[in-house]
Design a protein around this ligand. Sequence first.
Ligand code: NDP
Length: 255
Amino acid sequence: MSVMSRFDLSGKVAVVTGGNGGLGEAFAHALAEAGASVAIAARGHERSLAVVDTLRNAGHRAMAVEADITQPQAADGIFDEVEDALGSVDILINNAGICHHAPALEVTPERWREVFDVNVHGLWYCAHAAGRRMKARGHGVIVNIGSISAMIVNRPQMQPAYNASKAAVHQLTKSLAAEWAPYGIRVNALAPGYVRTAMAEVDKPEFKPRWIDDAPMQRAATPEELGPSLIYLASDASSFMTGSVMVVDGGYTLW
Ligand code: NDP
């Protein structure tokens, strides 16, 4: 197998949660360009359909599933719908996530729960539904989108609920990787630093000077810059890698 053919996802089916904007949209495009059929699962169906149109117009196989991953039954609904339309799911990108910027003493129990419901519980429901199906077929790849916020407290933005939820994602990644390796399922996490999306609010005047000061490369990534790293983890290029957290942060965690 040649080096470049290891990145080829032709014939594979991938699900991207939260694929209708930001990083998820860039991941959907990257997966499609690598040859995969792509399903995006998110709540905002109009935005999802717009992304699917762009993918189809570029000649790719794509579909959208309207789903709120905080609902435990939603995950099986996603996989049932995708299997009917595109075939068995080979790759799950657990990308959907939300952030809540507030110092610990200002976080209400409702907001805390909301962050964990999407970032941890929703991700777990999707991983569980995928894991059951992948185990039955003897192969599969799961990439969880973690964050450097699992490892450091980024100074300008106080976000304790988000930080704790992403630490849970990294640990869950390792636990599932260890348990599911015998079933032919690889589970890794991609931990980005600041990326220019709606979530990161990188240009807010109260945040920007501080994080720029902490960032060796003095800039945030574009979502598209994370695509190749995602393809590495989703493809046979990383065939001997499981339980890893791949940091792609422009050096942010060096200092
Ligand atoms: P965005 O806010 O741009 O996108 C978040 C996505 O998640 C949207 O597609 C949204 O779609 C979806 N989503 C949110 N809640 C749900 C839900 N209950 N069910 C289904 N889908 C949901 O954020 P980013 O693109 O920046 O973030 C993507 C991932 O990357 C997240 O996990 C985030 O934590 C992580 N990350 C981001 C970084 C950054 O700097 N931007 C850095 C490190 C990690 P909809 O609302 O339509 O459901």
